[in-house]
Design a protein around this ligand. Structure first.
Ligand code: FPP
Length: 232
């Protein structure tokens, strides 16, 4: 009997970066120290993804539900996100990376919106790699946003393709692989539409400890999966 050939390296990988708080708690550090360490894991993962031949990385950086966190954690997270965005914009300009940001604009602070606008426009022509940051993102909100856009266009009946074409990033293919770290196994309002046929990899590693070896493990696991898309 012939063996099933391995799936090619996924083009698009999406990650739910979970476990920053627990990582900090284990070290008796403030939660923000966990987010800072998480930002370093983002850099490692970006490099690992490029090395592996992945073309698009979507990272869940801040969900619409994260506003329920204490104000000082939100302030710190946004400072970190702004700093990271500014640094990544320079790097992206240098290395030909395209930056995308997916999510609702309201109620992001104007300084963050300006940085997003600049990051996205100044890297729009780049094509070697795409980093898509899900920021103030909620998948149900994204679907509602798409349907409202279609209603405004006067549509009376809509197709699946209509919805796909009105999501925040209509040009991105659906992720073949979704990784969630820290041992939690749920989607938490992430890419509900796009995940219809995604493979899932649940890593026990807390996000700040995520590294190239763990990323490679997830890709290797994906490559052995039998993808049937509802067929046999
Ligand atoms: C989940 O851990 C993580 C977040 C809500 C924030 C993700 C942000 C970063 C990794 C910081 C930098 C991001 C970028 C894109 C540069 P948690 O706080 O829910 O952890 P817990 O479940 O252990 O409490």
């Amino acid at each position: 009997m012939s063996e099933t050939p391995a799936n090619p390296v996924p083009q698009h990988v999406a990650i739910i970066m979970d476990g920053n708080g627990r990582w900090a708690k284990e070290r008796r550090l403030p939660r923000l120290a966990g987010h800072n360490a998480g930002a370093k894991a983002v850099e490692r993962t970006l490099k690992a993804a490029q090395k592996a031949g992945v073309k698009i990385l979507t990272l869940y950086a801040f969900s619409t539900e994260n506003w329920a966190r204490p104000a000082d954690e939100i302030d710190g997270l946004f400072k970190l996100l702004e700093q990271t965005l500014s640094r990544y914009t320079k790097e992206a300009e240098k290395y030909g990376i395209r930056l995308l940001v997916s999510g609702a604009k309201e109620p992001l602070p104007p300084s963050v919106l300006e940085k997003i606008e600049y990051a996205v426009t100044s890297t729009a022509a780049h094509s070697s790699f795409t980093l898509n940051l899900a920021l103030n993102y909620g998948a149900r909100q994204e679907i509602v946003h798409a349907v409202n856009a279609l209603l405004r266009e006067g549509k009376k009946e809509i197709t699946m393709q209509d919805i796909s074409q009105h999501l925040y990033q209509p040009d991105l293919p659906d992720p073949e692989l979704i990784i969630r770290t820290s041992g939690e196994e749920r989607l938490s309002n992430f890419l509900l539409w796009q995940a219809a046929y995604s493979e899932f990899y649940f890593s026990p590693v807390l996000w700040p400890d995520f590294d190239e070896a763990e990323f490679e493990k997830s890709i290797a696991a994906y490559r052995t999966r039998k993808r049937r898309f509802g067929g046999v």
